[in-house]
Design a protein around this ligand. Structure first.
Ligand code: NAD
Length: 249
Protein backbone atom coordinates (compact mmCIF):
# COMPACT_ATOMS: atom_id res chain seq x y z
CA UNK A 1 0.00 0.00 0.00
CA UNK A 2 2.87 2.37 -0.84
CA UNK A 3 0.49 4.81 -2.65
CA UNK A 4 -1.95 5.29 0.26
CA UNK A 5 -3.04 8.96 0.21
CA UNK A 6 -1.78 9.45 -3.37
CA UNK A 7 -4.12 10.46 -6.18
CA UNK A 8 -3.64 8.97 -9.63
CA UNK A 9 -5.36 9.67 -12.95
CA UNK A 10 -5.18 6.87 -15.54
CA UNK A 11 -6.53 7.83 -18.95
CA UNK A 12 -8.06 5.23 -21.24
CA UNK A 13 -8.54 3.01 -18.20
CA UNK A 14 -11.80 1.44 -19.36
CA UNK A 15 -10.17 -1.67 -20.82
CA UNK A 16 -6.91 -3.32 -21.81
CA UNK A 17 -3.64 -1.99 -20.45
CA UNK A 18 -5.18 1.12 -18.86
CA UNK A 19 -7.56 -1.06 -16.85
CA UNK A 20 -4.59 -3.09 -15.55
CA UNK A 21 -2.74 0.13 -14.61
CA UNK A 22 -5.78 1.53 -12.77
CA UNK A 23 -6.32 -1.71 -10.84
CA UNK A 24 -2.59 -2.04 -10.09
CA UNK A 25 -2.33 1.49 -8.68
CA UNK A 26 -5.50 1.00 -6.64
CA UNK A 27 -4.01 -2.21 -5.21
CA UNK A 28 -1.05 -0.08 -4.04
CA UNK A 29 -3.52 2.14 -2.15
CA UNK A 30 -3.87 5.07 -4.58
CA UNK A 31 -7.16 6.87 -5.10
CA UNK A 32 -7.65 6.31 -8.82
CA UNK A 33 -9.53 8.38 -11.36
CA UNK A 34 -10.58 6.11 -14.22
CA UNK A 35 -10.56 8.74 -16.99
CA UNK A 36 -12.28 7.38 -20.09
CA UNK A 37 -14.16 8.33 -23.23
CA UNK A 38 -16.27 5.15 -23.01
CA UNK A 39 -18.55 5.78 -20.06
CA UNK A 40 -19.89 2.24 -19.62
CA UNK A 41 -16.42 0.71 -19.57
CA UNK A 42 -14.97 3.44 -17.34
CA UNK A 43 -17.79 3.01 -14.80
CA UNK A 44 -17.33 -0.77 -14.86
CA UNK A 45 -13.62 -0.50 -13.99
CA UNK A 46 -14.19 2.08 -11.22
CA UNK A 47 -16.96 -0.11 -9.76
CA UNK A 48 -14.75 -3.21 -9.86
CA UNK A 49 -11.96 -1.37 -8.02
CA UNK A 50 -14.38 -0.18 -5.33
CA UNK A 51 -15.89 -3.68 -5.14
CA UNK A 52 -12.41 -5.05 -4.45
CA UNK A 53 -11.95 -2.60 -1.56
CA UNK A 54 -10.07 0.14 -3.45
CA UNK A 55 -10.78 3.82 -4.01
CA UNK A 56 -11.80 4.90 -7.52
CA UNK A 57 -14.06 7.24 -9.46
CA UNK A 58 -14.98 7.36 -13.11
CA UNK A 59 -14.47 10.70 -14.87
CA UNK A 60 -15.49 11.17 -18.47
CA UNK A 61 -12.71 12.66 -20.64
CA UNK A 62 -11.77 13.19 -24.25
CA UNK A 63 -7.98 13.59 -23.99
CA UNK A 64 -7.94 15.35 -27.36
CA UNK A 65 -9.90 18.30 -25.95
CA UNK A 66 -8.33 21.09 -23.86
CA UNK A 67 -11.67 21.82 -22.14
CA UNK A 68 -12.33 18.18 -21.36
CA UNK A 69 -8.85 17.57 -19.90
CA UNK A 70 -9.18 20.70 -17.72
CA UNK A 71 -12.53 19.40 -16.48
CA UNK A 72 -10.92 16.00 -15.73
CA UNK A 73 -8.24 17.66 -13.59
CA UNK A 74 -10.83 19.79 -11.77
CA UNK A 75 -13.08 16.78 -11.12
CA UNK A 76 -10.08 14.94 -9.62
CA UNK A 77 -9.18 17.88 -7.38
CA UNK A 78 -12.85 18.19 -6.30
CA UNK A 79 -13.02 14.46 -5.49
CA UNK A 80 -9.64 13.89 -3.84
CA UNK A 81 -8.04 17.30 -3.15
CA UNK A 82 -5.22 17.22 -5.72
CA UNK A 83 -3.20 15.17 -8.20
CA UNK A 84 0.05 13.24 -7.60
CA UNK A 85 0.26 10.85 -10.55
CA UNK A 86 -0.85 10.93 -14.19
CA UNK A 87 -0.71 7.93 -16.52
CA UNK A 88 -1.28 9.01 -20.13
CA UNK A 89 -2.43 5.70 -21.56
CA UNK A 90 -5.43 6.69 -23.73
CA UNK A 91 -5.07 6.40 -27.48
CA UNK A 92 -7.09 5.60 -30.55
CA UNK A 93 -5.96 2.00 -30.98
CA UNK A 94 -8.91 -0.41 -30.89
CA UNK A 95 -10.70 -0.05 -34.22
CA UNK A 96 -8.17 2.42 -35.66
CA UNK A 97 -8.17 2.90 -39.44
CA UNK A 98 -5.22 1.23 -41.08
CA UNK A 99 -4.02 3.52 -43.87
CA UNK A 100 -0.83 5.14 -45.15
CA UNK A 101 0.48 8.58 -44.26
CA UNK A 102 0.27 9.57 -47.91
CA UNK A 103 -3.38 8.65 -48.31
CA UNK A 104 -5.13 8.71 -44.92
CA UNK A 105 -8.11 11.06 -44.77
CA UNK A 106 -6.76 14.38 -43.48
CA UNK A 107 -9.55 14.99 -40.96
CA UNK A 108 -9.04 11.48 -39.53
CA UNK A 109 -5.27 12.05 -39.33
CA UNK A 110 -5.74 15.32 -37.42
CA UNK A 111 -8.24 13.72 -34.99
CA UNK A 112 -5.88 10.77 -34.50
CA UNK A 113 -2.95 13.06 -33.70
CA UNK A 114 -5.10 15.22 -31.40
CA UNK A 115 -5.73 12.15 -29.27
CA UNK A 116 -2.58 10.01 -29.67
CA UNK A 117 0.02 12.80 -29.78
CA UNK A 118 -1.51 15.92 -28.21
CA UNK A 119 -3.65 14.05 -25.67
CA UNK A 120 -0.74 13.40 -23.32
CA UNK A 121 0.38 17.04 -23.50
CA UNK A 122 -3.14 18.35 -22.88
CA UNK A 123 -3.49 16.12 -19.80
CA UNK A 124 -0.11 17.27 -18.47
CA UNK A 125 -1.03 20.92 -19.04
CA UNK A 126 -4.25 20.34 -17.09
CA UNK A 127 -2.62 18.49 -14.17
CA UNK A 128 0.88 19.85 -13.50
CA UNK A 129 -0.19 22.87 -11.40
CA UNK A 130 -1.87 20.64 -8.85
CA UNK A 131 1.22 18.38 -8.72
CA UNK A 132 3.44 21.42 -8.22
CA UNK A 133 1.19 22.66 -5.40
CA UNK A 134 1.63 19.29 -3.66
CA UNK A 135 5.43 19.51 -3.89
CA UNK A 136 5.90 17.28 -6.95
CA UNK A 137 4.50 14.36 -8.86
CA UNK A 138 5.15 11.71 -11.47
CA UNK A 139 3.87 11.14 -14.98
CA UNK A 140 4.02 8.00 -17.12
CA UNK A 141 3.31 8.29 -20.84
CA UNK A 142 2.35 5.25 -22.87
CA UNK A 143 4.63 4.90 -25.88
CA UNK A 144 5.17 1.71 -27.93
CA UNK A 145 7.95 -0.20 -29.57
CA UNK A 146 6.04 0.85 -32.73
CA UNK A 147 7.70 4.28 -32.31
CA UNK A 148 10.79 2.81 -33.97
CA UNK A 149 9.09 0.56 -36.52
CA UNK A 150 8.14 3.14 -39.18
CA UNK A 151 4.48 2.15 -39.07
CA UNK A 152 2.74 5.31 -40.28
CA UNK A 153 0.76 7.68 -38.11
CA UNK A 154 0.45 5.23 -35.18
CA UNK A 155 4.24 5.01 -34.86
CA UNK A 156 4.67 8.71 -35.58
CA UNK A 157 2.41 9.63 -32.67
CA UNK A 158 4.37 7.30 -30.33
CA UNK A 159 7.67 8.81 -31.49
CA UNK A 160 6.20 12.19 -30.58
CA UNK A 161 5.23 10.79 -27.16
CA UNK A 162 8.90 9.87 -26.63
CA UNK A 163 9.98 13.42 -27.54
CA UNK A 164 7.28 14.87 -25.35
CA UNK A 165 8.47 12.71 -22.45
CA UNK A 166 11.99 14.09 -22.70
CA UNK A 167 11.01 17.74 -23.22
CA UNK A 168 8.45 17.67 -20.42
CA UNK A 169 10.99 16.00 -18.12
CA UNK A 170 13.16 19.08 -18.64
CA UNK A 171 10.35 21.60 -18.20
CA UNK A 172 8.81 19.93 -15.13
CA UNK A 173 11.96 18.67 -13.38
CA UNK A 174 12.46 21.97 -11.52
CA UNK A 175 8.95 21.47 -10.08
CA UNK A 176 9.95 18.01 -8.81
CA UNK A 177 7.66 16.39 -11.36
CA UNK A 178 9.21 13.37 -13.12
CA UNK A 179 8.14 12.31 -16.62
CA UNK A 180 8.92 8.86 -18.03
CA UNK A 181 7.41 6.57 -20.64
CA UNK A 182 6.73 2.87 -21.00
CA UNK A 183 7.15 1.38 -24.47
CA UNK A 184 5.27 -1.92 -24.44
CA UNK A 185 5.93 -4.62 -26.97
CA UNK A 186 3.05 -6.67 -28.40
CA UNK A 187 0.56 -6.97 -25.55
CA UNK A 188 -2.45 -9.23 -25.59
CA UNK A 189 -5.53 -6.98 -25.48
CA UNK A 190 -8.81 -6.98 -27.37
CA UNK A 191 -7.43 -4.00 -29.31
CA UNK A 192 -4.20 -5.67 -30.45
CA UNK A 193 -6.09 -8.87 -31.32
CA UNK A 194 -8.40 -6.83 -33.56
CA UNK A 195 -5.61 -4.89 -35.29
CA UNK A 196 -2.52 -7.07 -35.65
CA UNK A 197 -3.02 -9.99 -38.09
CA UNK A 198 -2.18 -13.38 -36.54
CA UNK A 199 0.56 -14.23 -39.05
CA UNK A 200 2.28 -10.89 -38.45
CA UNK A 201 2.06 -11.44 -34.68
CA UNK A 202 3.64 -14.91 -35.04
CA UNK A 203 6.47 -13.37 -37.06
CA UNK A 204 7.09 -10.69 -34.42
CA UNK A 205 7.05 -13.22 -31.57
CA UNK A 206 9.41 -15.61 -33.34
CA UNK A 207 12.12 -12.94 -33.32
CA UNK A 208 11.81 -12.00 -29.65
CA UNK A 209 14.05 -13.39 -26.87
CA UNK A 210 10.98 -13.87 -24.63
CA UNK A 211 8.86 -15.31 -27.36
CA UNK A 212 5.34 -14.57 -26.13
CA UNK A 213 2.90 -11.69 -26.07
CA UNK A 214 2.88 -9.61 -22.92
CA UNK A 215 -0.19 -9.53 -20.73
CA UNK A 216 -1.39 -6.10 -19.47
CA UNK A 217 -0.28 -7.19 -15.97
CA UNK A 218 3.32 -7.56 -17.27
CA UNK A 219 3.42 -3.75 -17.60
CA UNK A 220 2.03 -2.82 -14.19
CA UNK A 221 5.24 -3.31 -12.16
CA UNK A 222 7.15 -0.83 -14.32
CA UNK A 223 4.34 1.71 -14.06
CA UNK A 224 4.30 1.38 -10.27
CA UNK A 225 8.11 1.70 -10.19
CA UNK A 226 8.12 4.84 -12.37
CA UNK A 227 5.51 6.51 -10.15
CA UNK A 228 7.12 5.47 -6.87
CA UNK A 229 9.99 6.93 -4.85
CA UNK A 230 12.10 3.93 -5.93
CA UNK A 231 12.59 5.90 -9.18
CA UNK A 232 13.02 9.29 -7.46
CA UNK A 233 16.09 10.12 -9.62
CA UNK A 234 14.73 8.74 -12.89
CA UNK A 235 13.22 11.11 -15.45
CA UNK A 236 13.02 11.53 -19.22
CA UNK A 237 13.38 7.77 -19.81
CA UNK A 238 11.57 5.56 -22.30
CA UNK A 239 11.49 2.12 -20.68
CA UNK A 240 10.92 -0.82 -23.00
CA UNK A 241 8.77 -3.54 -21.47
CA UNK A 242 8.70 -5.78 -24.50
CA UNK A 243 10.13 -9.27 -23.99
CA UNK A 244 13.30 -8.01 -25.67
CA UNK A 245 11.50 -7.09 -28.92
CA UNK A 246 13.75 -4.07 -29.36
CA UNK A 247 16.69 -6.47 -29.97
CA UNK A 248 15.01 -8.26 -32.89
CA UNK A 249 17.43 -9.14 -35.69
N1 NAD B 1 -1.78 -3.65 -26.92
C1 NAD B 1 -0.58 -3.47 -27.42
O1 NAD B 1 0.02 -4.38 -28.03
C2 NAD B 1 0.13 -2.15 -27.22
C3 NAD B 1 1.52 -2.09 -27.45
C4 NAD B 1 2.17 -0.88 -27.28
C5 NAD B 1 1.48 0.23 -26.85
N2 NAD B 1 0.13 0.15 -26.64
C6 NAD B 1 -0.54 1.37 -26.17
O2 NAD B 1 -1.13 1.09 -24.90
C7 NAD B 1 -2.32 1.87 -24.72
C8 NAD B 1 -3.49 0.95 -24.42
O3 NAD B 1 -3.58 -0.04 -25.42
P1 NAD B 1 -4.73 -1.16 -25.41
O4 NAD B 1 -4.22 -2.32 -26.18
O5 NAD B 1 -5.22 -1.35 -24.03
O6 NAD B 1 -5.81 -0.41 -26.34
P2 NAD B 1 -7.35 -0.04 -26.17
O7 NAD B 1 -7.80 0.53 -27.48
O8 NAD B 1 -8.08 -1.22 -25.63
O9 NAD B 1 -7.34 1.06 -25.03
C9 NAD B 1 -7.37 2.43 -25.27
C10 NAD B 1 -8.35 3.08 -24.33
O10 NAD B 1 -8.32 4.49 -24.57
C11 NAD B 1 -9.67 4.97 -24.64
N3 NAD B 1 -9.71 6.19 -25.47
C12 NAD B 1 -9.63 6.26 -26.83
N4 NAD B 1 -9.74 7.54 -27.21
C13 NAD B 1 -9.86 8.29 -26.08
C14 NAD B 1 -10.00 9.68 -25.83
N5 NAD B 1 -10.05 10.57 -26.84
N6 NAD B 1 -10.10 10.09 -24.55
C15 NAD B 1 -10.08 9.20 -23.52
N7 NAD B 1 -9.96 7.88 -23.70
C16 NAD B 1 -9.86 7.43 -24.96
C17 NAD B 1 -10.46 3.82 -25.24
O11 NAD B 1 -11.86 3.93 -24.99
C18 NAD B 1 -9.80 2.62 -24.56
O12 NAD B 1 -10.40 2.32 -23.33
C19 NAD B 1 -2.45 2.70 -26.00
O13 NAD B 1 -1.80 3.94 -25.81
C20 NAD B 1 -1.70 1.87 -27.03
O14 NAD B 1 -1.26 2.67 -28.10
C21 NAD B 1 -0.56 -1.00 -26.81
Amino acid sequence: MQFKGKVAIVTGAGQGIGEAYAKGLAAEGASVVVAELNEAQGRRVADEIVGAGGIATFVHVDVGSPESTQAMAQATIDAYGGIDFLVNNAAIFHGMKLDALISVDWEYYKKFMDVNMHGALLCVRACFRSMKKRGGGAIVNQSSTAAWMAVGYYGLAKLAVNGLTQSLARELGPMNIRVNAIAPGPTDTEASRSIVPEVYMKEILSQMPLSRQGQPEDLVGTCVFLLSDASAWVTGQIVNVDGGQIMRP
